[in-house]
Design a binder for this molecule. Structure first.
Ligand SMILES: [Zn+2]
Length: 91
């Protein structure tokens, strides 16, 4: 059930909730930003680079949260993000 990649989350709880906490922490512990970016991070929303960023900043996505999303994807991995943020991992 759980991905077999090395756990990147340090002292946080393991499993889906731990990954979710870790991603939120990478976003500056901002729950609303996490909610806004969750579909993008989970890959359930295919966002163009030139659309306005879902975080509500009014900037284009490529100039705003794209680098953060890419950073998180590189650290956590697509499969884990899908599980942790698509809602499928919630009990
Ligand atoms: Zn943004």
């Amino acid at each position: 059930m759980y991905p077999d990649e090395p756990w990147p989350g340090g002292e946080r709880s393991h499993g889906i909730q731990g990954y979710r906490d870790y991603v939120r922490e990478l976003l500056g512990d901002d729950e609303s930003l996490l909610s806004a970016l969750s579909p993008v991070l989970a890959g359930t929303s295919n966002l163009g680079r030139n659309v306005y960023c879902p975080c509500g900043s009014g900037a284009k996505y490529k100039k705003c949260c794209l680098s953060r999303v890419e950073e998180i994807e590189s650290r956590v991995g697509r499969n884990v993000l899908l599980l942790a943020l698509s809602g499928r991992g919630e009990v």
